[in-house]
Design a protein around this ligand. Structure first.
Ligand SMILES: Nc1ncnc2c1ncn2[C@@H]1O[C@H](COP(=O)(O)OP(=O)(O)OP(=O)(O)O)[C@@H](O)[C@H]1O
Ligand SMILES: [Mg+2]
Length: 460
């Protein structure tokens, strides 16, 4: 006998037998015996000495006579029957929530059904977390492919390891229709270099004075003398470029010479990242490119990828008034918004991301961030994320931290993370109809960099 009761119509307690187990994450059908029926989800369970299963759950939604989710008041109930959901219920929960972006397989109890995300659920910030090798980059690829196909979203992808450089190239088995649509998508992959049309550049002269100073590693207080000289010297528009600025400084007094030495010593002038006569990433994005993948690897100086990231993020923020729906995707996001930025430049990028995280939502600037541990990301960015995708995570302290930050995710579901297989993910937040265990589906496009296999000796 399986039965449930609820004092407030929001939470319910239940008992069931071991033969019909219900475990955290399972979606259930609650029939009150009157006209009222509900979909619910198991949050916690425990086994008694007599072998009975007791548990708690959340009432998710009212169901109409046909078993479809409907708006309605969830009322208290007693002695209702409770059973595992049917596939039809899972399907209609997704349909009524507008979840139509296929990403894999939703597992609830013994049931499996295609898992879909809500496109509208990406109008907020999303955090994808999991230990190394759990499948974050692969999963991010699946999500990006589907967002390209199912939405008109503009995307800017900060790709530190060249993992998304082949996002436009379909795998041999992919449906022809998908291949055609991807071919028709305006997708640019920009990478370090000076030859070819798709090189990744920043333009110093177009950067804000604050960002230029950050490139030159100047702090307005600690380096107040040089900072001040810099501000005065660059007030004249003809000296906005690095070369012309250096030229002027070298002919100046001791203050100017000190600043010139800084520029020379940092080797900034030799950076390959500067656009010169080529278009900058900002100019390529502003020309209307829908998907821009910025391969941030391949630069000699670790500050170069930060400089180009800063100019792009500054520009997206400066143009926020256009309210162009834009997904800013950052794999290994701890590189650009670390909990503790290691340089003035890293701090400037982090500050910009904190601002976008806090205020970007209403302007259509949404973040999709991936990282191995929550503690690696700046807390002011992380605390603004309303969607969670959690992959395998062994560390109990990291799971605890996620439980604190993502209070909308049932803790018992979070605590399943150490047992996830590769590609398994817990999705929670506005982009799914209910917190769900999902096995990610297969990529449609080529992965950029797969894991390197250990070469094994061949036995003759
Ligand atoms: N769902 C999946 N199906 C098939 N292969 C997968 C899947 N998920 C991951 N892989 C493979 O496993 C390897 C590791 O995955 P991935 O690079 O996505 O891990 P990661 O979580 O991003 O790790 P890291 O934090 O080190 O970047 C890759 O070679 C990838 O191709
Ligand atoms: Mg990765």
């Amino acid at each position: 006998m399986s039965e449930a009761s609820s004092y407030d119509g929001r939470r319910f307690s239940f008992r069931t037998e071991r033969e019909a187990p219900l475990v955290p994450g399972d979606v259930v059908l609650i029939d009150t015996g009157t006209r009222e029926r509900y979909a619910g989800q198991v949050l916690e369970h425990a086994v008694t000495d007599t072998g009975e299963l007791l548990g708690l759950g959340a009432v998710l939604t009212c169901l109409d006579a046909d078993g479809h989710p409907t708006r309605g008041v969830r009322r208290p109930f007693a002695e209702a029957s409770i059973q595992a959901a049917t596939v039809d219920l899972l399907v209609s929960m997704q349909q009524s929530a507008g979840a139509a972006i296929p990403v894999g397989t939703w597992r609830s109890g013994h049931l499996e059904t295609p898992a879909h995300l809500k496109a509208q659920g990406f109008n907020r910030h999303t955090f994808l977390c999991g230990q190394s090798g759990s499948g974050k980059t692969y999963a991010l690829g699946v999500i990006l492919e589907q967002l390209i196909l199912a939405t008109e979203l503009r995307m800017v992808v900060l790709d530190p390891n060249a993992d998304f450089v082949r996002l436009g190239e379909t795998l041999p088995g992919a449906p022809e229709e998908v291949a055609q649509r991807l071919r028709a998508t305006d997708l640019r992959v920009l990478r370090a270099g000076t030859s070819g049309s798709d090189t990744l550049h920043a333009r110093f002269s177009s950067m804000s004075p604050r960002s230029k100073a950050a490139v030159l590693r100047m702090d307005p207080v600690a380096d107040r003398g040089e900072y001040n000289t810099f501000m005065r010297e660059t007030a004249d528009a003809s000296r906005h470029g690095l070369t012309s600025l250096l030229d002027t400084l070298q002919r100046g007094g001791p203050d100017q010479i000190a600043l010139a030495q800084r520029i020379e010593n940092l080797g900034v002038l030799d950076w390959e990242v500067w656009a010169k006569e080529r278009p900058s990433a900002v100019e390529i994005i502003d020309s209307g490119t829908r998907i821009t993948v910025m391969d941030l690897g391949g630069f000699e100086d670790p500050a170069e990828p930060l400089a180009v990231s800063l100019e792009v993020l500054d520009s997206l923020w400066a143009n926020r008034g256009s309210r162009t729906p834009t997904l800013i995707v950052i794999d290994e996001a701890h590189n650009v918004c670390p909990a503790e930025p290691a340089s003035t430049l890293a701090a400037a990028v982090t500050d910009r991301l904190i601002q976008i995280a806090a205020e970007g939502r209403k302007f259509g600037l949404w973040l999709l961030l991936s990282s191995q541990r929550p503690s690696k990301l700046h807390p002011q960015v992380l605390s603004q994320c309303d969607n969670l995708a959690l992959m395998r995570m062994n560390s109990p302290s990291d799971v605890e931290e996620l439980a604190q930050l993502f209070g909308f995710t049932p803790p018992a579901m979070l605590h399943a993370a150490p047992s996830f297989a590769q590609g398994e993910v817990l999705l929670a937040g506005g982009f799914v109809p209910a917190p769900s265990f999902v096995q990610m589906g297969a990529r449609l496009t080529q992965e950029g960099g797969q894991d390197v296999k250990v070469p094994v000796t061949k036995v003759p």
